[in-house]
Design a protein around this ligand. Sequence first.
Ligand code: BV8
Ligand code: ZN
Length: 241
Amino acid sequence: MTPQARVVALTGAGISAASGIPTFRGKGGLYKNLHAQDLATPEAFARDPATVWEWYGWRRDLVRRARPNAAHRALRELSELVGRLDIITQNVDGLHEQTGLAGEGGIVRLHGSLWRMRCTRCGREVEDRSAGPYPPDLPHCSCGGLMRPAVVWFGEQLASEDLDEAGALTRHADVFLVVGTSAVVYPAAGFLGLASQQGAFVAEFNLEAAASGPEIGLRVTGPSEETLPALVDAVRKRRKV
Ligand code: BV8
Ligand code: ZN
């Protein structure tokens, strides 16, 4: 990669697997044999906010104990070696934010954050790192409204500013890394096609061939906590850094 190369990494739950966080669709992703897909919806929250908060409380406690792994760190190191590296993440765990990026690249969180809550009545949004929460103590706003996780559920629109920023980054990418995602959730998965259409080199880092279609120029099969550090080593060697 030439020094001024612009790299974008689209990441999913697989990049956090080595941090002990279950993926959505892999084994261990179930919770009380409910599928994440059935819990991460506004309908599930309206029907049974206690169970949805119990799931998010469990995930928050799990993620609170998690630390970024070698894959997160490799993206940080790569950002020091290329012109600019930006991350577009579907993850809500905050592990990319903990690792940070060098230079002017940024992190676009398409699906929100486990660490933010929003009032269902007045819309006030707060950062919250408390334990859980678990029923029956569900969080409420000072206005009395029930708080919900400030994440994007299935059937909910992504924030237009996030979509616009992710689209602009993708359109300017020379290299587009697709890391640890089954690439089934839209509109996030749509950025792969956009990257390929505008001429970026698209490389998938996954345990399996997940993203389909001609847009994949290279598939690097294996755990990203191993394959991304190997990529950084190769770039370093090439640049004799
Ligand atoms: C919307 C937040 C529109 C909550 C999540 C076509 C166009 C547009 C929409 C749709 C469409 N078709 C269907 C839809 C609806 C839906 C959708 O895409 N459904 C899918 C399931 C078909 N999309 C939506 O609802 C989106 N909203 O489109 O609104 C609209 C328009 C008008 C009016 C109203 C609305 C909202 C989608 C956001 C949903 N929220 N999360 C939370 O996290 O609690 S999505 C959820 O899935 C997570 O964010 C997760 O990140 C994301 C994607 O999953 P992955 O990250 O890929 O994880 P997964 O487990 O699937 O895969 C892990 C991968 O890692 C695997 O490939 C595995 O092999 C690999 N792996 C494992 N270990 C490793 C590894 N790889 C490398 N190394 C390892 N060690
Ligand atoms: Zn309120």
